[in-house]
Design a binder for this molecule. Structure first.
Ligand code: FAD
Ligand code: NAI
Length: 461
């Protein structure tokens, strides 16, 4: 059987399904090919959403165990039903999967189940329960990314796992070793620490969270250590072996660690397995990412790519923006993404959020900048809520005062950061933010004060 479409999208993650809907809105006849039963990609099935469900639940557990009594709330007999916690998480995922199915239907996007493979000349073969050949005037590859591992270390899907396993373990590990102090390691390490695991995080570099503003990462390490995470930096893992319920982690120049679970979180790589890229004339760069031009067009005519598979920040909202921009450019000839204002959030407690450049990047680029910082400990709302850790830092051009970057570590940083992204999108100066009235008492006042601190006129510090 063969069916013809204006656009065939391969991969129904945030990049793919959002692009499909936008294309349908703009009048295209669209097919989406996805090899998993559930839609929403890594993000919905095994990434953003399930990890946040576990972060939210484990935070409630920790609050009730350790912090309610400080406020005079006496809870007795709070205990953990891990099966119910996982059921709640799965319920969230399946509700949102249903939502995407409904959106595709509403927009008359046709869904095909199975592995998609490009055959060249606009043809995509779908090998599923009911194999089908699709032709598309245009093809969009949005196949995302998969976890990577280290040489000689093979995840076994049980004791030695990636994030996919670590969001579904049926019991709390006694001792969890996390390899990689990046975003996944810290988010999921935090989940299991809150639930009762001893968590040791091994990191190759001499710092945690590479890419995050150094002052923020240093503060984060201090706070996470106080919470109970154990960091061993500058550590090179050489092998991990599992035997029964025990894992042994070998490192260079250190005694091995024994533990009962290992999470490998050392990054992700583009997913292009058996995709037929060579047949279709689609080239990859030397790291395996699909090469695209400014309009997300690959080296093959009529074939486009967006999201994790083309590299850059591996973030769901970046994939979505690219999906929309790619389709709008394809149909209307115009599109725009300001990569300089895409926010990034790490959903630990406190949260860590940033938009724009950090101090390292500005120094390396030789940009002269000034900076203003305000600590949440001096913010009334943060005090009332008991969330006094962290600060806001605003970086602005020394000559023009234009905001170049905002970095926040603190409760709800992931919500607060959007004020900064919007301000930067409109080319705001730190004075612009400082002169906007912010409601009292709110955490957002810390952003205003940090902007005022750029010109040394913060009131509450
Ligand atoms: P994906 O979401 O990976 O979707 C690609 C889809 O293509 C998949 O469903 C796959 O099954 C399908 N596919 C692949 N090959 C084929 C084929 N040949 N045929 C048919 N289908 C195929 N990002 C955030 O912004 N915020 C977060 O909080 C966050 N948390 C995360 C937590 C974890 C544990 C992980 C692993 C990731 C997290 N991310 C987060 C990253 C985010 O999930 C990705 O950046 C995002 O999903 C990328 O979207 P995408 O559409 O490019 O690809
Ligand atoms: P990452 O790139 O964030 O961190 C990997 C860490 O592993 C780094 O600190 C790196 O130095 C370390 N590492 C690499 N090799 C090592 C080795 N041999 N030994 C010890 N440490 C080693 O990758 P991670 O955490 O796997 O996440 C992958 C992607 O998923 C990220 O790029 C992120 O964008 C995305 N993600 C986003 C989230 C969010 O937005 N909140 C949440 C989770 C994932």
């Amino acid at each position: 059987m063969s069916e013809a479409f204006d656009l065939v999208v391969v991969g129904a993650g945030p990049g793919g399904y959002v692009a499909a809907i936008r294309a349908a809105q703009l009048g295209m006849k669209v097919a989406v090919v996805e090899r998993e039963k559930q839609l929403g990609g890594t993000c919905l099935r095994v990434g953003c959403i399930p990890s946040k469900a576990l972060l939210e639940t484990s935070e409630l557990y920790e609050q009730s165990q350790k912090h309610f009594a400080e406020r005079g709330l006496i809870m007795q007999g709070v205990s953990l039903d891990i099966a119910q916690m996982m059921k709640h998480k799965e319920g969230v995922v399946s509700t949102l999967d249903g939502g995407i199915q409904g959106l595709l239907k509403k927009n008359k996007v046709e869904r095909f189940f199975g592995h998609g493979k490009l055959k060249g000349n606009g043809v995509v073969e779908v090998a599923g329960d009911a194999p089908v050949t699709l032709t598309g005037k245009k093809i969009l590859i949005a196949t995302g990314s998969v976890s990577t591992s280290l040489p000689g270390i093979q995840p076994d899907g049980d004791r030695i796992g990636t994030s996919t396993e670590a969001i579904a373990w049926p019991e709390v590990p006694e001792h969890l070793v996390v390899i990689g102090a990046g975003v996944i390691g810290l988010e999921l390490g935090t989940v299991w620490r809150r639930l009762g695991s001893q968590v040791t995080v091994l990191e190759y570099l001499p710092r945690i969270l590479p890419g995050v503003d150094e002052q923020v990462a240093t503060e984060a390490k201090k706070i996470f250590e106080k919470q109970g995470l154990i960091f061993r930096l500058g550590t090179k893992v050489t092998s991990v072996m599992a035997s029964g319920k025990t894992c042994t982690v070998q490192m260079e120049g250190a005694e091995p660690i024994t533990c009962d679970r290992v999470l490998i979180s050392v990054g992700r790589k583009p997913c292009t397995d058996n995709l037929g890229l060579e047949d279709a004339g689609v080239q990859k760069d030397n790291r395996g990412f699909i090469q695209v031009n400014a309009g997300y067009q690959t080296t093959a005519s009529g074939v486009y790519a967006v999201g994790d598979v083309i590299g850059g920040a591996m973030l769901a909202h970046k994939a979505e923006e690219e999906g929309i921009a790619c389709i709008e450019k394809m149909v209307t000839g115009h599109s725009h993404i300001n990569y300089g204002t895409i926010p990034a959030v790490i959903y630990t407690q406190p949260e860590i959020a940033s938009t724009g450049a950090n101090e390292d990047a500005l120094r390396q680029a030789g940009v002269k900048y000034k900076s203003g910082r305000f600590n949440f400990s001096a913010n009334g709302r943060a005090r009332a809520a008991g969330h006094t850790d962290g600060f806001v830092k605003v970086l602005a051009d020394e000559a023009t005062d234009r905001v170049l970057g905002v970095h926040i570590i603190g409760a709800h940083a992931g919500e607060l950061i959007h004020e900064a992204s919007v301000a930067m999108e409109f080319g705001a100066s730190s004075e612009d933010i400082a002169r906007c009235c912010h409601a009292h008492p709110t955490l957002s006042e810390a952003i205003k004060e940090a902007a005022m601190a750029v010109d040394k006129r913060a009131i509450h510090s």
